[in-house]
Design a protein around this ligand. Structure first.
Ligand SMILES: Nc1ncnc2[nH]cnc12
Ligand SMILES: [Zn+2]
Length: 338
């Protein structure tokens, strides 16, 4: 049976490994939560919000993203936000999602850590029950803030550490190298947490080296600029390091000028373990299947490439090996039947 590309992509079993839950806040939900919580928004319509989503770099986006997150106040808000994401992800063939959250974006405006994480955890349980979709939490530190602030966040998370898979590092990259967070990542590792970090999105290849050397990361989020350093590429290939690549994000934030120039297929050809992810889907124009489709069309990816990307997503996840093996078998059966 030859399945048409869009149906093939949406049906392909996949994991999403790079998703900021605050970046899945659609303007409609932003308005509904603003009303529910009595928060004033600087926009008078959903259309005006969408019109503001024209970014020329990462910081342009982050300014709007942190402002939008201000409508999130109660555990019900975080539950509703995450459920909206899980419903969309399930419709996109996502079987497992490792979602990042930015506690400091909320605790710094007086929202208790417990409200944030309990809302997310209840949605994760509901996604498992409703869709059979498993998930894990990545607690990201904001790199424009200090390492001491990251340590304070790690301390706040102490009662929930058995429910958090990993720590991450996000926000404004340039000027905030991984080395700034070496001690807090070591402390997280000592507590049994895995580690991921945004590196090489806007920052130089040296930041990717630092994430490997000083943060001992299990995955690199983005990693595009690693391609500028052949020795670094060889190192990433040798280590089998997963890169969580986000094509529509790269385009919207001008990391690539045109999707037609996206390096995803070059990464695969070099032997890098690239995956496809949505990053902040409400802001960048599409969820994970839209990312697969857009880059597949722009770069003429083969079905074998798409299957490889989906395989990489499970292989690079924090799932136990037996669960990974089951998902890989499901992909093989799907590919054989399509
Ligand atoms: N693409 C991105 N890069 C850095 N920090 C982020 N926070 C949310 N999305 C991000
Ligand atoms: Zn990201």
């Amino acid at each position: 049976m030859v399945v048409e590309l869009e149906a093939f992509v949406r049906g392909l079993p996949k994991a999403e490994l790079h998703l900021h839950i605050e970046g899945s806040l659609e303007p409609e939900l932003m308005f509904a939560l603003a009303r529910r919580n009595g928060v004033a928004l600087p926009y008078d319509s959903v259309e005006a919000v969408r019109a503001a989503y024209a970014f020329s770099n990462l910081q342009d986006f982050l300014d709007i993203y942190y402002a939008g997150a201000g409508v999130l106040q109660t555990r019900q808000d975080f539950h509703d936000l995450a459920m909206a994401y899980f419903d969309r992800a399930a419709a996109d063939g996502v079987r497992h999602a490792e979602i990042m959250f930015d506690p400091q974006t909320h605790t710094d405006r007086g929202v208790p850590f417990a409200e944030v994480i309990e809302g997310l955890l209840s949605a994760m349980a509901e996604a498992q029950a409703r869709h059979g979709l498993s998930s894990a939490l990545i607690m990201s530190f904001l790199r424009h803030l200090s390492q001491d602030a990251a340590f304070a966040t790690l301390a706040m998370a102490e009662p929930w550490l058995d429910r958090i898979a990993a720590v991450g590092l996000d926000s404004s990259e340039v000027g905030h190298p991984p080395s700034k967070f070496a001690e807090v990542f070591a402390a997280a590792a000592a507590k049994g947490l895995r580690r991921v970090a945004h590196a090489g999105e806007e920052g130089p290849p040296a930041y990717v080296h630092e994430a490997l050397d000083l943060l001992d990361v299990d995955r690199i989020d983005h990693g595009n600029r690693a391609l500028e350093d052949a020795g670094l590429v060889a190192r990433l290939v040798e280590q089998g390091m997963t890169l969580t690549v986000c094509p529509l994000s790269n385009h919207k934030l001008c990391v690539v000028g045109d999707l037609a120039d996206h390096p995803l297929d070059r990464m695969l050809a070099l032997g890098l373990k690239a995956t496809v992810n949505s990053d902040d889907p409400a802001y960048f124009g599409g969820y994970v299947a839209d990312n697969y489709l857009a880059v597949a069309k722009a770069r003429s990816l083969s079905r074998a490439d798409l299957v490889q990307l989906a395989r990489n997503s499970f292989a690079g996840s924090f799932l136990p090996t037996d669960a990974i093996a089951r998902h890989l078998e499901e992909i093989d059966a799907y590919a054989a039947a399509s």
